[in-house]
Write a protein that binds this ligand. Structure first.
Ligand SMILES: [Zn+2]
Length: 90
């Protein structure tokens, strides 16, 4: 399977989808907790350990993810930490 370059149509569709998400969030609030976005609690695309986690508010990001989607004092989690194997019994 080769990676086809994105066509303009696809880009427009994706951009449209993005804008719809933001427009809906402005009217209906966070898709997860239904809180309205504020300056302190913006609703946005969230990334955890460098991966796209979803579209929801900062509070949900902090509540739901180990690296708090980068909103915590330690910032975005290091993907290498995810693979760490903690083994005490040897
Ligand atoms: Zn939320």
């Amino acid at each position: 399977m080769s990676l086809e370059p994105e066509t303009t149509e696809e880009w427009i569709r994706r951009e449209q989808y993005r804008q719809d998400k933001y427009a809906r969030a402005e009217k209906e609030g966070c898709p997860r907790c239904k809180e309205m976005g504020t300056e302190d609690n913006p609703i946005d695309e969230q990334y955890s350990f460098g991966f796209y986690a979803g579209f929801f508010c900062k509070k949900c990001a902090i509540r739901g993810y180990r690296d708090q989607c980068g909103h915590g004092p330690e910032g975005q989690g290091n993907p290498y930490d995810l693979d760490e194997q903690v083994e005490d019994d040897y």
